[in-house]
Design a protein around this ligand. Structure first.
Ligand SMILES: *[C@@H]1O[C@H](CO)[C@@H](O)[C@H](O)[C@H]1NC(C)=O
Length: 239
């Protein structure tokens, strides 16, 4: 998740105001909504404190039974239990100072934590995917794959997903493409599909630079899109 630094649109303003409020009181709330129909009306709220964390990204670790939250300000990932216990899971001081953990994803089967690292201006340009081994005692870093974009000066590596072979996919919100990073940390450009830029964008609007953002991996093939004509036929047959 990338929240642009300045705001003019109402929705962005709300986000910024919420971020500031969050920052001031160093206070963050999670709403965990159970989708089980029998529990549909119930939710569980976790209130926790972590000074200057500025939560930016999160994922759930089913085996450790806690959330993993990436910081906007620090080179850290913390765990947050349902009882609101906060622990520093990873503090990687070899990353550039004040860099952001923009996206985080847990490869549960390999016990590998994938973290997208991005430095916002005025910090020097930095975009990378880091992988940490959660089985090792000090959560050893497995790789730090630098992510470059030959077409823009300042790409934004943003969100990350992975497939069953362990390849990771990272969105570039400025260059509008997807990087692929192999389990050994070898980066390449995976897709520059014209679909990513097919929707017209008014370049004069604030934050219009921010394109491809979140990413998920689906094992299922998407069903082919039904032609409208076919749908009409189905309706007429029903009549
Ligand atoms: C990092 O942030 C701190 C606190 O805001 C600031 O004092 C420091 O200059 C920053 N470092 C860099 C390299 O920007």
């Amino acid at each position: 998740m990338y929240i642009p630094p300045s705001s003019t649109s109402p929705s962005a303003q709300t986000t910024t105001i919420m971020s500031l409020k969050t920052a001031l009181i160093s206070y963050f709330t999670f709403f965990v909504v159970f989708v089980d129909l029998t529990l549909a009306s119930k939710h569980h709220v976790i209130n926790f404190r972590s000074p200057t964390l500025y939560p930016e990204s999160l994922t759930w670790d089913p085996s450790a039974d806690h959330f993993i939250v990436g910081s906007h300000r620090h080179r850290t990932l913390v765990s947050v239990s349902s009882a609101a216990a906060v622990d520093t899971l990873i503090s990687d001081l070899s990353l550039p100072p004040n860099t952001t953990i923009v996206g985080v994803s847990l490869d549960h089967h390999r016990r590998r934590l994938l973290a997208v690292v991005h430095s916002t201006p005025p910090l020097p340009i930095f975009n990378a995917l880091a992988a940490y081994d959660l089985r090792s005692p000090h959560r050893r870093r497995l790789f730090l794959a630098p992510l470059h974009d030959p077409t823009t000066d300042r790409p934004i590596a943003n969100d990350v997903a992975f497939d069953f072979s362990g390849d990771a996919y990272v969105t570039n919100s400025v260059g509008n493409f997807i990087w692929k990073v192999t389990p050994d940390g070898e980066p390449s450009i995976f897709s520059r599909s014209p679909a990513f830029t097919s929707h017209p964008v008014d370049q004069s609007l604030p934050h219009s630079f921010c394109g491809l953002n979140g990413v998920v991996y689906s094992r299922k093939r998407l069903p082919p899109r039904r032609p409208i004509k076919h749908r009409q036929n189905v309706q007429s047959q029903r009549r």
